[in-house]
Design a protein around this ligand. Structure first.
Ligand code: E4P
Length: 218
């Protein structure tokens, strides 16, 4: 399973990159706006930091606008992937861009039917937003299982990116169902490393070791 980091913050990307657990990055207009810097320059820096796919989202709503923006965005770096919203206009753009070997990530996906349509359009990646489904009181895990079942039942090339991850349990659920990728916020990645028993256990080991050393030196 691949881990992408869901952020546009360079410090966070570098920190996780150094731990060797990051295979790619997803950004969106909200994440980029939080950085308060030129988005193109920021994407350039992200692409220099990470070898894997870096998703950058288009703003236009019409197919022609999306295609035009995408053709500009891919000039940033070869690892740029174009995030396209799950709309009819977006799906038309996906077909055009994938035919030009520009990889797309269909975003704002909330249903199994949307997954199916994005897969049929030939998207490289499809991003169901499970946290936002959960916020709506919908069963986000069932949606994921059925989405993976659909992708596995046919010869679709699309990879599923479990997105809008809110907690560590979401990552476990994504792994259990064999999702190709989870895009995880920095705060959740940090939590995945820790367990109180690890700290307690380490303290006890070091204490006992010191005790033994003390006994041997007497
Ligand atoms: C995915 O590509 C999106 O950037 C992201 O996961 C959205 O998550 P949110 O619901 O926390 O904004």
């Amino acid at each position: 399973m691949k881990f992408f980091i869901d952020t546009a913050n360079l410090k966070q990307i570098k920190e996780m990159q150094e731990l060797g657990i990051i295979d790619g990055v997803t950004t969106n207009p909200t994440l980029l706006s939080r950085e308060g810097v030129d988005p193109i320059e920021q994407l350039k820096k992200i692409c220099e930091t990470v070898d894997g796919p870096v998703s950058a989202e288009v703003i236009g709503l019409k197919t022609e606008e999306m295609v035009k923006e995408a053709r500009e965005l891919v000039k940033i770096a070869p690892n740029i992937v174009i995030k396209i919203p799950m709309t009819k206009e977006g799906i038309k753009a996906v077909k055009i861009l994938e035919a030009e070997n520009i990889r797309t990530n269909v975003t704002l996906v909330f249903s199994q039917n949307q997954v199916l349509i994005a897969a049929k359009a030939g998207a490289s990646y499809i991003s169901p937003f499970i946290g936002r489904l959960m916020d709506n009181g919908q069963n986000e895990i069932d949606m994921l299982w059925e989405s993976m079942e659909i992708l596995n039942a046919y010869d679709f090339k699309s990879e599923l990116i479990v997105a809008s991850v809110r907690n560590t349990r979401h990552v476990v659920e994504a792994a259990k169902l064999g999702a190709h990728i989870a895009t995880i916020p920095f705060s959740v990645l940090e939590k995945m490393f820790v367990h109180p028993n690890t700290e307690k256990g380490l303290e006890a080991f070091l204490r006992d070791w010191k005790k033994l050393k003390g006994q041997l030196n007497r």
